[in-house]
Ligand binder design. Structure first.
Ligand code: MG
Ligand code: ZN
Length: 202
């Protein structure tokens, strides 16, 4: 009981800044629905860049739509196993990996829901921020698709749009009408350039 008394009230300065990272097209090549180890190809200089951001005090969190689960191609635990393999290849551990297994046209009926976690909705960012005590206003969302930028903007983060290949691909399927894409705070070639911008603009 007394523990409640000694708990300090959360203060904004106790909260930490984070980099929310889309996975495919930011950390690894966007190879469509990634289900196998040999489909994982880390993009150039990503490991060193993540290490630099970590050293600068940022919490590193992956925010990923994993429609492979809704399609019945991988189970949720297989998605977690693949994530471990990605981190092995990166040579480091992320501070968080949050994914949405749902899809509006899911093959598996239990995943066919209008959820709050599929980007462009910001549910996963809010969840991660709550669980890991993150100050969203000092955080950044890095993604290669307009839906990443929309999710980051909705969560009150600054946004960086990386042009790594799929940035002009057809919009992902959503169950809402997407308006115009919000203007990202930075547009650049990939995560290394994004990190340079972040460290100059924090
Ligand atoms: Mg992507
Ligand atoms: Zn979801």
């Amino acid at each position: 009981m007394d523990d409640y008394v000694s708990q300090p009230n959360p203060h904004p300065s106790d909260l930490r800044p984070a980099i929310f990272l889309d996975r495919d097209g930011v950390l690894i090549e966007d190879a469509g629905l990634v289900t196998k180890l040999d489909e994982i190809h880390i993009l150039p200089n990503v490991s060193e860049t993540l290490e630099k951001l970590h050293q600068a005090g940022y919490i590193l969190i992956i925010i990923s739509n994993q429609a492979v689960v809704a399609r019945g191609l991988l189970t949720e635990s297989q998605v977690m196993e693949l994530e471990q393999a990605v981190e092995d290849r990166l040579g480091m551990r992320m501070d968080g990996f949050y994914f949405c297994p749902h899809h509006p046209q899911a093959t598996l009926i239990e995943y066919r829901v209008a959820c709050e976690c599929r980007k462009p909705r910001p549910g996963l960012i809010f969840q991660a921020a709550g669980e890991l005590r993150i100050d969203r206003s000092r955080s950044f969302m890095v993604g290669d698709r307009p839906t990443d930028i929309l999710a980051g903007t909705r969560a009150g983060c600054r946004t960086i749009w990386v042009h790594t290949g799929q940035h002009f691909a057809a919009p992902i399927q959503t169950d809402e009408e997407l308006g115009a894409m919000p203007v990202p705070d930075c547009v650049c070639s990939g995560l290394p350039e994004a990190a340079t911008w972040i460290l100059e603009h924090r």
